[in-house]
Write a protein that binds this ligand. Structure first.
Ligand SMILES: NC(=O)c1ccc[n+]([C@@H]2O[C@H](COP(=O)([O-])OP(=O)(O)OC[C@H]3O[C@@H](n4cnc5c(N)ncnc54)[C@H](O)[C@@H]3O)[C@@H](O)[C@H]2O)c1
Length: 256
């Protein structure tokens, strides 16, 4: 029970990696806030994940809101403090992906991806700072990506946001160290979730030739949020099974 009594928010935890992170923190004794945009929308259900945590003997509350809406991001933070009295850990996991050559993206797709993945992460961090700074204690873990360490075809805008998350993490860590707040990132490789589901995927582009799991990502988040990592800040852990980047096919992926 490494996180007994700690209050942990995991954004975008209605499904996929976020739900794994929420469940693993809860299994270690944390009171977990699960989140996705709205109850009953696509993208999983934070209420179901919270109910599953409770059924397993843990403590969790779903708090809905879009991280890229300034007021809703503030609501996620404030409602957590109203419910549990403090916030020890914020995991910024919510993100969206647009897959395909940049030439095919709509203006809205480009704006949305930057808005959710980068602006949303900045919003929740800004709103959590007063609470963590007052406590003189806090752990922020931002979920970047292997695509935030090496760019690749078909995920150009996504990759830009994930590099942005790394830059933001480094900068914010410098700003918050005085307040005893650690800010780090985790960079997942290919995890088979709804965001990254490829039927028949072989994962032969990583050293182990096997998929990475949500629990693998959760383990890195728990470490960075733990006291063992108290002197680790402004950095990131790649959970990429050895490679951040596939060798590009060097074949045409669009026609003009
Ligand atoms: N799956 C992978 O291979 C992979 C690889 C590298 C990085 N990542 C990163 O891991 C994280 C989780 O990815 P995943 O594969 O579980 O994705 P997913 O699409 O399965 O889950 C994303 C979750 O975020 C929520 N979400 C989306 N927009 C939101 C918003 N505006 N406000 C609140 N919640 C919102 C969705 O509802 C969903 O619950 C993301 O940051 C993603 O970029 C994933």
């Amino acid at each position: 029970m490494r996180f007994k009594g700690k209050v942990v928010i995991v954004t975008g935890s209605g499904q996929g990696i976020g739900s794994s992170i929420a469940k693993v923190f809860a299994a270690e004794g944390a009171k977990v806030v699960t989140n996705n945009r709205k109850a009953g929308t696509t993208g999983g259900d934070a209420a179901t994940v919270a109910a599953e945590i409770k059924a397993a003997g843990g403590e969790a509350t779903p708090i809905f809101g879009s991280v890229n809406d300034y007021k809703e991001a503030k609501h996620i933070i404030q409602a957590t403090v109203e419910k549990y009295g403090r916030i020890d850990v914020l995991v910024n996991n919510a993100a969206i992906m647009v897959d395909g050559p940049l030439i095919k993206y709509t203006e809205k797709q480009i704006r949305d991806i930057v808005d959710v993945n980068l602006t949303g992460t900045i919003f929740t961090c800004q709103h959590v700072i007063p609470y963590m700074a007052k406590q003189k204690y806090g752990k922020i873990v931002n979920i970047s990506s292997g695509a935030g360490l090496a760019g690749d075809q078909n995920i150009t805008a996504y990759s830009a946001t994930k590099y942005g998350v790394i830059g933001f993490t480094e900068a914010l860590a410098a700003e918050l160290a005085y307040y005893n707040i650690n800010v780090n990132a985790v960079c997942p490789g290919g995890v088979p979730t709804r965001m990254n589901f490829r039927p028949g995927a072989t994962y032969d582009y990583n050293y182990f030739h096997r998929p990475i799991t949500g629990e693998d990502i959760a383990a890195a988040c728990l470490f960075l949020a733990s006291e063992e990592a108290r002197n680790i800040t402004s950095t990131w852990i790649p959970v990429t099974a050895g490679v951040e980047k596939k060798v590009p096919d060097n074949k045409p992926i669009f026609t003009v």
